[in-house]
Design a protein around this ligand. Structure first.
Ligand SMILES: Nc1ncnc2c1ncn2[C@@H]1O[C@H](COP(=O)(O)OS(=O)(=O)O)[C@@H](OP(=O)(O)O)[C@H]1O
Length: 364
C-alpha cells in the first residue's frame, strides 16, 4: 500500500492551477468535487470565497452578488470559489482573478430530478403535494407554478437555472444554442457525473495537479432505500419536462468525450482511470471502516462526520478506521468530511475573529 507517501508525490508538470471557479450545480455529484477543492485549498493554504456570516451558500437561488462573499473588498480576489450560487459572470469577476479556471458539472437530468425530488420533497412547493415523481411528471402543471420560481427552482431545469438562465424559457433552437455557446465560452471544462472518474482525469490534467489531489470518496449519496426506480415512461417525461437541461447535458457529454479522445486517447484514458480507482481503493482501505461501505447517519459515530439529512433522503457518510495515527487521521477526516462541516472549518481557519458558522443539526 502506498500509505500517505504518494499523497505528496505528483505526476503533474508545471505549476498547478490555483485560481479556480467551480459552478456547483445541484444533485450532480458536486459535493464530491467540492471536497476535492476544499482539500486542495486547505493543504495549499489558498483563500476560498465562502458565504458571508452564517449563510451556507452564496445567495442561492438569487443571482450571485459579490457582497455574498465573506471578507470581500474592492480589488481583493480569492483563489477558489465553489459553493452553491446562481451564476452571474460580472459579479463573479469581482471576486475571482482574470486568469481563473472555470468549470462545472452536469448529470443526466432524469436522475438529477429524481435525486432532487427526494432531497427537496418537503421544501419545494411543486414537490410537496406530489405523491411521487411519477405523479408529478404525469401532470406537472398541477403541482408546478412559475410564480413561485425561487422555491420551485429544483423542480424544472435546475442546472439551466444554476448557469443563470431562465428555466421556463421556451425551447427555441436559437435561444438554446446561444446559451450553450455562452457556457462554452466561459467554462473551460464541464464534468459529467455519470463519467466522474474520466472527468476527474481530464480535470487533473488541465489543473496540473497530483493524482491524490483529485481522488475522492462518493459524498452525499442516498441509501438504496431512498432511490426510486423510474418507469421508462417517467424517464421520457422527465427528459421532456427538463428539456433545457437535457440539451445542456447532451451537448457537454459529447464535448467531454471528444476532449477525452483528443487529449488522451482510449488506452491512456483507461490507464489513468484505473490509476485513480486503484488509489481510491488504497485510501479506502487506509481510512475507512468496513472496507469503505458508506453508512447511514445513525451508524456514524463521530457527529462531525454526519451528513445533513433533508427531505425524504437518507444521506450516507463514513466511519473512519479506529486507531489511525494523527497525520493519517487528518488526511482521512478531510476525505470524508461533509460539506457543511468542512465549510465551517475553512471559515473558522480563514476568519478566526468571526463567530463560527453554526451547524444546527449537529447540536453544536
Ligand atoms: N462519484 C460519484 N459519481 C456519481 N454520482 C455521485 C458521485 N458522488 C456523488 N454522487 C451523487 O450525486 C448526488 C449528490 O449530488 P450533490 O452533491 O451535487 O448534491 S447537492 O446539490 O450538493 O446537495 C447523489 O445522488 P443521489 O444518490 O442519486 O441522490 C450522489 O449519489
Amino acid at each position: 500500500m502506498g500509505g500517505l507517501q504518494s499523497l505528496f508525490g505528483g505526476q503533474a508538470k508545471g505549476p498547478p492551477v490555483t485560481n479556480i471557479m467551480f459552478l456547483k450545480t445541484h444533485k450532480t455529484a458536486s459535493s464530491t468535487v467540492l471536497n476535492i477543492l476544499y482539500r486542495f485549498a486547505e493543504t495549499h493554504n489558498l483563500s476560498v470565497a465562502l458565504p458571508a456570516g452564517l449563510h451556507v451558500h452564496l445567495g442561492y437561488p438569487r443571482l450571485f452578488l459579490a457582497r455574498y462573499v465573506e471578507g470581500i473588498q474592492p480589488q481583493q480576489h480569492f483563489n477558489i470559489m465553489c459553493n452553491h450560487l446562481r451564476f452571474n459572470l460580472p459579479e463573479v469577476q469581482k471576486v475571482m482573478p482574470n486568469n481563473t479556471f472555470y468549470f462545472s458539472i452536469l448529470r443526466n437530468p432524469v436522475f438529477q430530478l429524481e435525486s432532487s425530488f427526494i432531497y427537496y420533497k418537503t421544501y419545494t412547493p411543486a414537490f410537496l403535494r406530489a405523491p411521487s415523481l411519477d405523479a408529478f411528471l404525469a401532470s406537472p402543471r398541477t403541482f408546478y407554478n412559475d410564480s413561485r420560481l425561487l422555491k420551485n427552482v429544483y423542480a424544472k431545469n435546475n442546472m439551466w437555472f444554476d448557469f443563470g438562465f431562465d428555466p421556463n424559457a421556451p425551447r427555441k433552437e436559437g435561444y438554446v444554442r446561444a446559451r450553450i455557446a455562452e457556457v462554452e465560452r466561459r467554462f473551460q471544462l464541464v464534468l459529467i457525473a455519470e463519467h466522474l472518474d474520466e472527468s476527474l482525469v481530464l480535470l487533473r490534467r488541465r489543473l496540473r495537479w497530483a493524482l491524490d489531489d483529485v481522488v475522492a470518496f462518493r459524498i452525499n449519496s442516498r441509501s438504496a432505500r431512498s432511490v426510486t426506480r423510474l418507469a421508462p415512461k417517467t424517464r421520457e417525461r422527465a427528459r421532456s419536462w427538463c428539456a433545457l437541461d437535457w440539451r445542456l447535458y447532451e451537448h457537454f457529454n459529447r464535448t467531454l468525450w471528444r476532449q477525452l479522445h483528443a487529449e488522451l486517447g482510449p488506452r491512456r484514458l483507461r490507464g489513468e482511470v484505473e490509476r485513480l480507482r486503484a488509489r481510491r481503493r488504497e485510501l479506502a482501505t487506509l481510512c475507512l471502516q468496513d472496507g469503505g461501505a458508506p453508512k447511514n447517519h445513525t451508524q456514524i459515530r463521530d457527529p462531525r462526520l454526519r451528513p445533513y439529512q433533508p427531505g425524504r433522503a437518507d444521506i450516507l457518510g463514513y466511519n473512519l478506521r479506529p486507531g489511525l495515527d494523527n497525520k493519517t487521521l487528518r488526511v482521512c477526516e478531510r476525505l470524508v468530511m461533509p460539506e457543511l462541516q468542512y465549510m465551517a472549518r475553512l471559515y473558522a481557519l480563514q476568519f478566526p475573529e468571526k463567530p463560527r458558522k453554526n451547524i444546527p443539526f449537529l447540536g453544536a
